[in-house]
Design a protein around this ligand. Structure first.
Ligand SMILES: [Zn+2]
Length: 461
């Protein structure tokens, strides 16, 4: 497998002095900063020195990150320099290392642009910048955390406001899972939960689950705070002031609602109310848990095992796996042993893998970046999801009644032939969307999911 892409000298301009790249600036699209989010203000006039020193490099760094499809930008002090990394499709790549003073100025500039206090390095701060790049609107969510010794780390999450994937087909939800979601929400009863680790696209999956319900057959109501996102074919329902969850559900029942979408489930009280109504309404919501078995454990603590057996329909999760670049992936004929090991049909004639990197000792060979213009030789581009659905079959109910041990749940899922992350990842390999190596990397212990730094909450959350 090819290593991470080397920083492209044309792209990685964040660490250079402005005078050195005037000519390059013209052909690199520049980001437009359009002010802080969350009603904050940023006083650029009162910070002219900082603006002079750091606005241009910050602009270049963000433009570079956006042009390389980064979804996160990490800035942290390392050996007296500010190390800048771009996270692309879940993989961090070094982008630049900026000398100390300039690095500090860049951190401060980002905070200033987000309407935060650039000089406060003792407390975690969170805000955002409204931005435009290449004609598309973005929200740049800026979080700063103290890193000891007066230093700090900044993380920028890049949200493309236009890309709201909502349809099952858009995230590649297989038809058989969509059919199951339809079944589980067709009887005006039962709870469907969605979970996953942070940054695994849980909310997108929850919205897709909701959109799997047939809007022409069922009336679907939304009670969740969508933070400005729009739900299609779903009726917005505002609770009356002073009404608790029970009164709200009673009101919504009188409107003959079938399916209700709720805010993430975070308290035992809410869980108990929801399960009380789960014989008359169908609910879809997130639950903060890394895995379905963890979600189930939490739920049993909150409402008791009998209620869970009675009311829960399924728990869904997903894992994002890097997609092989369509322009440079290589087909190969898998041997029968491999197919057997993977549980794939013996007639499978072709799988795909990353192209071999050029021989390092051949001076005439192309560099990995030259091999493919589409992926810069990575050779992955974008991500696809593998799914898992823990279903409450009759046999699974028995496992729950017997104590719901995670190993017993996993075994029952396998015995029932339920869709698990590992099994569904092999489907992605069989479909040529990713490689076996990438699946193995994603599932290896301590794999790509790094522990995220502590995150301060943005205002209004
Ligand atoms: Zn490629």
């Amino acid at each position: 497998m090819a290593g991470p892409p080397k920083p492209d000298p044309k792209k990685a301009v964040a660490g250079k002095k402005p005078a050195e790249h005037t000519a390059e600036q013209e052909d690199v699209e520049q980001v437009l900063f359009q002010g802080p989010l969350f009603g904050r203000e940023s006083n650029l006039k009162a910070n002219t020195k900082l603006v002079q020193a750091a606005l241009v490099p910050v602009k270049q760094m963000m433009s570079d990150a956006l042009s390389r499809r980064a979804h996160t930008l990490l800035m942290e002090p390392r050996e007296g320099r500010l190390s800048i990394r771009f996270v692309i499709d879940g993989m961090p790549y070094p982008a630049a290392a900026v000398p100390g003073q300039k690095g500090v100025a860049m951190l401060q500039m980002l905070k200033l642009l987000a309407g935060l206090d650039p000089n406060d390095r003792k407390l975690p701060q969170a805000g955002g910048i409204k931005a435009e790049f290449d004609g598309l609107p973005y929200n740049l969510m800026v979080e700063s955390v103290p890193a000891g010794g007066g230093a700090e780390r900044v993380r920028v999450k890049i949200e493309n406001k236009k890309v709201v994937r909502q349809k099952p087909s858009e995230i590649g939800l297989p038809d058989h899972l969509k059919t199951k979601i339809r079944d589980f929400t067709s009887s005006r009863s039962g709870v469907v939960l969605i979970c996953g680790p942070p940054d695994s696209g849980v909310t997108t999956l929850a919205i897709v689950t909701l959109h799997s319900v047939d809007p022409y057959l069922y009336s679907v109501y939304n009670l969740a705070d969508m933070k400005g996102k729009e739900l299609i074919n779903v009726t917005e329902f505002k609770p009356e002031p002073g009404h608790d969850m029970e009164l709200t559900f009673d009101r919504i029942l009188r409107r003959e609602a079938d399916v209700i979408y709720l805010n993430p489930l975070t308290s035992p009280q809410d869980a108990q109310t929801i399960f009380q109504y789960a014989d008359r309404l169908s609910f879809i919501m997130e639950i903060p848990a890394n895995t379905p078995t963890e979600a189930v454990k939490k739920l049993i603590e909150w409402v008791g095992v009998d209620e869970v057996i009675k009311g829960l329909k399924c728990v869904i999760t997903q894992k994002l796996i890097r997609k092989l670049c369509d322009d440079c992936k290589q087909a190969f004929r898998p041997n029968p042993m491999l197919l057997k090991k993977l549980g794939l049909p013996p007639e499978t004639s072709v799988l795909y893998r990353a192209p071999l990197p050029p021989p390092p000792d051949d001076p005439k060979a192309q560099t990995v970046e030259e091999l493919c213009a589409d992926c810069d030789g990575v050779p992955y581009h974008g991500r696809v999801a593998a799914f898992e659905m823990l279903e409450m079959t009759d046999t699974m109910k028995e496992v729950f009644a017997a104590g719901a041990a995670p190993e017993a749940i996993r075994k029952q899922m396998a015995d029932d032939g339920q869709t698990t992350l590992q099994k569904d990842a092999i489907r992605l390999v069989a479909e040529g969307k990713t490689s076996l190596e990438e699946v193995q990397r994603t599932f290896s212990p301590g794999g790509p999911q790094r522990k995220a730094p502590p995150r301060p909450r943005p205002p209004g959350n």
